[in-house]
Ligand binder design. Structure first.
Ligand SMILES: Cc1ncc(COP(=O)(O)O)c(C=O)c1O
Length: 436
């Protein structure tokens, strides 16, 4: 049985050539002809350079049946990564346990090292998980410094399953669970004041959950400033970075937090079922081993994330996905997504009867932004808006609930989204608002 060759794990552009061979479909696939990412455009046109973004678009194979502005669920893999994933699936299926037991651990080390380098941390501070949910549930459940009578804090905009995990701490650890609302419309000053007030009102607070980039509204909160505020009061912070890393260009140190959950299948473009947790060196003792794991020593972060049998092929595609992400340009991605967002939001703000939930203030948004028709805050209202956009205008979006001031519709473009797509959204909103 052949042992997988090193070249199977070559990264980035080279991996494309190595893994695309042999598949007739792959010969036809978009991105096949793109043998190199063009040179990054100059700063002034980084977000807009037509040739550059057309080249990036050619890496994607997406349905022409709808304008998909619901890319926050997960990210379409670009064709070279998809092809690599298919090749790895074939290899893993062929080589089975022989590969899993003799090669996989070794082959994942470069991915772990590359992720650590991209994040500006040590590989020993990273453990792979199947996504952000798994990483964050393990961090929240495993945080062992809580005592009965302590408080834990979270906001309306935090992700549902993380809210459930925080609520669960009441029974598990005997703590008081405090939930509060982020102001709307949000400003940086108002968000900071909200966290300042909540921390001041809860002197027994020990743990705070922060969502860097909200999946409900797209709001980006000033995590580093809030973390510093919390730390000064002896409150630990767990950061949900499910939507931020990849959509935004930052290093984990920029967050100032000791515990962070990430995925790789949204904005890094790795296959579904990939993510990881970060625990800052020195903080490992504060997170329990995952259900008393005995596979790894307690001093190894991998004992904090005991996943069963992996989708090996998905994890073997993390490194090429990361390399492509870096070659497209981490900053280029951020500015492109923000440009697309600003383009439709700029038009929509001028439409009577449309409320935009995410501020234009620098640093407070990235590619995602939510809206609603003025005063239309119910699930039914927003389901109706989603249906209208889809059925009358061919634009796919999603309703999001859980926002204290009412439900909304989320718009999340991707790198394959065009200016024409977001202009069509703005025109559709104008037409809908005129008839509301
Ligand atoms: C803010 C936020 N946190 C966590 C998650 C869960 O991520 P995953 O799919 O990686 O488990 C999501 C997914 O949509 C999210 O939006």
């Amino acid at each position: 049985m052949p042992v997988p060759q090193r070249r199977d794990f070559l990264i980035g552009l080279a991996a494309t050539a190595a893994t695309a061979a042999g598949s007739a479909a792959a010969q036809q696939a978009p991105g096949r002809g793109l043998t190199a990412i063009p040179q990054l455009p100059a700063e002034g046109v980084l977000a807009t350079d037509p040739a550059y973004w057309a080249a990036i678009r050619s890496l994607y194979n997406v349905t022409p049946d709808v304008i998909n502005l619901e890319n926050g669920y997960w990210g379409v893999m670009i064709e070279p990564v998809r092809r690599h994933y298919m090749a790895m699936t074939e290899m893993v299926n062929r080589d089975n346990s022989f590969y899993a037991r003799t090669g996989f651990g070794r082959d994942m080390e470069p991915a772990r090292a590359a992720l650590a380098q991209a994040l500006g941390c040590a590989p020993e501070e990273i453990a792979f998980t199947r996504g952000a949910t798994e990483a964050l549930q393990l961090l929240i459940a495993g945080y062992n410094r809580l005592r009965p009578g302590d408080s834990v804090l979270y906001a309306d905009l935090d992700y549902d399953s993380m809210q459930y995990a925080m609520n669960w701490l009441k029974d598990r650890r005997g703590v008081d669970v405090v939930r509060f609302a982020i102001p709307e419309p949000a400003t940086k000053a108002a968000v900071l004041q909200t966290y300042r007030d909540v921390l001041a009102a809860n002197p027994k607070a020990r743990l705070l959950l922060l969502t860097h980039l909200s999946h409900r509204t797209g709001l980006v909160i000033p995590v580093a400033e809030i973390t510093a505020m919390a730390r000064a009061l002896g409150v630990d912070v767990i950061v949900d970075a499910a939507h931020s890393w990849g959509q935004m260009d930052f290093r984990v140190g920029d967050l100032g937090a000791d515990f962070v959950g990430f995925n790789l299948h949204k904005w890094i473009g790795a296959p579904l079922g990939t993510g990881f947790m970060y625990i800052r060196k020195g903080r490992l003792p504060d997170i329990d081993r995952a259900l008393a794991d005995e596979d790894w020593p307690a001093t190894d972060i991998r004992s904090r994330a005991h996943t069963g049998t992996y989708n090996f092929a998905a994890f073997l595609s993390v490194l090429p996905a990361l390399r492509w992400h870096q070659q497209i340009g981490t900053r280029a991605k951020e500015v492109r997504l923000r440009y697309l967002r600003d383009r439709w939001v700029g038009k929509a703000r001028g439409i009577n009867g449309i409320e935009i939930l995410t501020p234009d203030e620098p640093g407070m948004s990235a590619g995602i932004t939510s809206l609603r028709l003025a005063g239309k805050t119910s699930a039914a209202d927003n389901n109706a808006l989603v249906a209208l956009l889809r059925e009358k205008h061919g634009i796919f979006t999603v309703r999001r609930g859980g926002v204290a001031k009412g439900q909304c519709v989320r718009v999340s473009p991707a790198l394959y989204t065009t200016e024409a797509d977001v202009d069509k959204l703005a025109a559709a909103l104008a037409a809908i608002a005129a008839q509301a």
